[in-house]
Design a protein around this ligand. Structure first.
Ligand code: NAP
Length: 169
C-alpha cells in the first residue's frame, strides 16, 4: 500500500485559518479529489479538527475510506474509522485492503506522519501570512522536488499556485 501526504501551504507554510482553509482554490480542490480518489480503493487519514471543518455535504469524503484521528475514546461516527494512534490509522487502511493511503492533515496529523512518509504532494500558494495554523517544521534536505504544474490566479483560484511532488532521496 502506498502512503503519501498531500497539503496546500502558502509561502510561509500556513495551511489553515480559524478552522478552515485560508483560500478558495478550485483547481486545488479538484486535484485533491482526483489524486486521493484515483482509480483504486483509497483511504484518507485526517485529524478530528479537519474532519469537523468539512462541510456536511463532503463528509465523509466520498469514494474513500475516511480515518479520523482523535484521542477521545468516546469519539465515533458511522461514516469514519477512528484511530487513537498513528499505527492504528495505517492498520485500518491495510485492513480495508486500500491501494493508497493519503495523509490529508491538519498540522497535528502531518507532524505525526512526516518522518514516516516518502512522498509529499505540495501545492504552494503564492501568498504570505494566510492563517493561524502552519505545516510543521520540515527539513527539505534529502528531499527532491518535481514541479508538476504552475497555475495563475483567476476568478476560481484566489492566488497563483505551484504543484510539486517531493520525494525522499
Ligand atoms: N491546507 C491544507 O492542505 C489543509 C489540510 C487539512 C487541514 N487544513 C487546516 O488545518 C486546520 C486543522 O489543523 P489542526 O492541526 O488544528 O488539527 P487536525 O490536525 O486536523 O486535528 C487535530 C486533532 O487530531 C487529534 N490528534 C492529534 N494528535 C493525536 C494523536 N497523537 N493521537 C490521536 N489523535 C490525535 C486530536 O483530536 P481530539 O481533539 O478529538 O482528541 C486533535 O485535536 C484547519 O484550519 C484545516 O482547515 C489544511
Amino acid at each position: 500500500m502506498k502512503i503519501a501526504m498531500i497539503v496546500a501551504m502558502d509561502e510561509d507554510g500556513c495551511i489553515g485559518n480559524q478552522g478552515d482553509l485560508p483560500w478558495r482554490l478550485k483547481s486545488d480542490i479538484a486535484r485533491f479529489k482526483s489524486l486521493t480518489e484515483a482509480d483504486g480503493y483509497n483511504a484518507v487519514i485526517m485529524g478530528r479538527k479537519t474532519w469537523d471543518s468539512l462541510p456536511d455535504s463532503f463528509r465523509p469524503l466520498p469514494e474513500r475510506v475516511n480515518i479520523v484521528m482523535s484521542r477521545d475514546t468516546g469519539w465515533s461516527h458511522a461514516d469514519a474509522g477512528v484511530a487513537l494512534y498513528p499505527g492504528r490509522a495505517i492498520e485500518i487502511a491495510y485492513a480495508e485492503a486500500c491501494d493508497e493511503c493519503w495523509v490529508i492533515g491538519g498540522a497535528q496529523i502531518y507532524a505525526m506522519f512526516l518522518d514516516q512518509i516518502e512522498e509529499i504532494h505540495v501545492t504552494t500558494v503564492h501568498t504570505l501570512g494566510s492563517g493561524d495554523v502552519k505545516f510543521p517544521e520540515w527539513d527539505r534536505n534529502g528531499w527532491s522536488e518535481t514541479v508538476v504544474e504552475k497555475l495563475e490566479g483567476d476568478g476560481d483560484n484566489a492566488f497563483a499556485t505551484t504543484y510539486s511532488i517531493w520525494n525522499k532521496s
